[in-house]
Every structure is written in C-alpha cells, then in structure tokens.
Design a protein around this ligand. Structure first.
Ligand code: PGA
Length: 260
C-alpha cells in the first residue's frame, strides 16, 4: 500500500441499524433504551438507526441531544413531484435524517433498481445534505462462480454519483453486503472480508484520490453481537450495517461496544 497517498485520519467507524419494514411507534421504547445505553459510555463509532420513514418524527423527539443519529432506508432521485409512494432525500432530511441507505440488495432485487438508479439516489442524498450509504454486494451464484471482485468493481463504478468526484468534502459510506450473507447467518471469513474491503478501498482511491480517505467501507450481512468483535475490529472494516440484530437495543448496543 502507498502510505503517502493516504491521509492519516479516517473518519470514525460507523454502525448503522437497518430496521427494514419493522417497527411502530411502540418501538420508541427500544430507541429510548438505546439512547440511554449510548449515554452511559462513549462508543468508538458513530451510531445510526434507519427506521421506516414514518418513525423518523417520533424518534427525532427521543434522540435529540443524544449520540444516536437517524437515517432513511431509500430515497427518490428527485426533490418532489408526481411519484406516488416515494420519499425524497429532502423530505427525509426534514423529518430528522442525517443519513440514507441507497441500493440495498432487497431494493435492487424487488424493485429492479439498477446501478444507475442507485447513483441518482446517492446524488440526491448529497444534494439534500444527507450522508449516503451505498450498498453493493454479490449474489451466491456470482460468488460461487468466482466473480465477486468483478461484480463489486462494476457496482462501485456505476453506483457512485458524479457529484462525489466534483464535491470535495462529500462524505459517504460504501456498505459491502454479500447478498448470500443477509439474514442467513452465513458470513465470509474475517480474512475474506478484509481482502474485499481492501479491494474496495483501492478502487475508491483510484477514482477519488485523496478524497477517498473521507469514505468508509462498512460490512453488512448477519452481523450479531456474537461475531461483531471479530469483524468490526478488522483494519479495513470501518463499521457495520446491521439488519435483524439492530431491532433490539441491547443487541445493537452490544455490537456498537464491540469496537475497541
Ligand atoms: P442482516 O441484514 O443483518 O439481518 O443480515 C443486513 C442488511 O440487510 O442490511
């Protein structure tokens, strides 16, 4: 690795809870517990939960002044318009979000979201002043065929917006989520994660130069309290995107505090 090309300081690690389509206002109790736990001891990372968008306003009342930040799970590329059912990045920001996940494999699959659409959504996030968390990841078939790095390189090239190249201070995060690891309990070995994250970082440096140092490469897919320590303390892993294990405050906090 070329040490001179990499500024010494990377941003703090980032642990994001993706609640997916779970939760109601009753889940406020979990958020209160999480805020209380995060208040007890400073974690060695930033902590975000991305609940369903309708829960941002009530959760915003709870996280105010705390270490917990909020994010959305998706956004439309445009600011507003005749797009029934969609939510813009500006609307998420207005409702209390500071981050937004784009290009999650569940959306790429269920709504046929292409890399180009993901790039437009990430661009919208930057326009609105949100921090985009751009998901990439290979399927089981692609993995078994030995195409993982090709797939990731292609997704990375096409899913990042031009605005990133143009905006010097834009902060963003790449979430590497092998599709076969999401919700399955199967995860790549720490050595495999380290290798793939290293490749992703090299690709980012190639495209963005020194600015790549402002980005994070986080891992997602079956992260739990029991495996978090081994994954989150790897040198190339800048945090985690956590699905199922983020719904319970005590489980999620255990993941957050597994970072040394
Ligand atoms: P999981 O989901 O932690 O439940 O595997 C991760 C994700 O889909 O972001």
């Amino acid at each position: 690795m070329n040490e001179t090309a990499i500024p010494a300081r990377r941003p703090p690690k980032l642990v994001v809870g993706n609640w997916k389509m779970f939760g109601t206002r009753r889940s406020s109790a979990e958020v209160r517990t999480l805020v209380r736990l995060l208040g007890l001891k400073r974690p060695h990372c930033e902590v975000v939960i991305c609940p369903p968008a309708v829960l941002l306003p009530p959760f915003r009342q709870i996280n105010r002044g705390s270490r917990l930040k909020l994010g959305g799970q998706d956004c439309h590329p445009l600011t507003q318009g005749a797009h029934t059912g969609d939510i813009s990045a500006e609307m998420l920001k207005d409702a209390g979000a500071g981050y937004v996940i784009v290009g999650h494999s569940e959306r790429r699959e269920a709504y046929r979201e292409t890399d180009q659409m993901v790039a437009q959504k990430a661009q919208a996030a930057l326009r609105a002043g949100l921090h985009p968390i751009v998901c990439i990841g290979e399927t089981a078939e692609q993995n078994e065929a030995g195409h993982t790095l090709d797939v990731l390189t292609r997704q990375l090239e096409r899913s990042l917006p031009d605005l990133l190249d143009a905006t010097e201070h834009a902060a963003f995060t790449i979430a590497y989520e092998p599709v076969w690891a999401i919700g399955t309990g199967r995860i790549p070995s720490p050595a495999q994660i380290e290798e793939i994250h290293g490749e992703i970082r090299r690709a980012l440096q190639k495209r963005l130069g020194l600015q790549a140092a402002k980005s994070r490469v986080i891992y997602g897919g079956s992260v739990k309290a029991s495996n978090a320590r081994a994954i989150l303390n790897l040198a190339e892993v800048d945090g985690a995107l956590v699905g199922g294990a983020s719904l319970k405050a005590t489980d999620f906090a255990a993941i957050v505090y597994s970072i040394n």
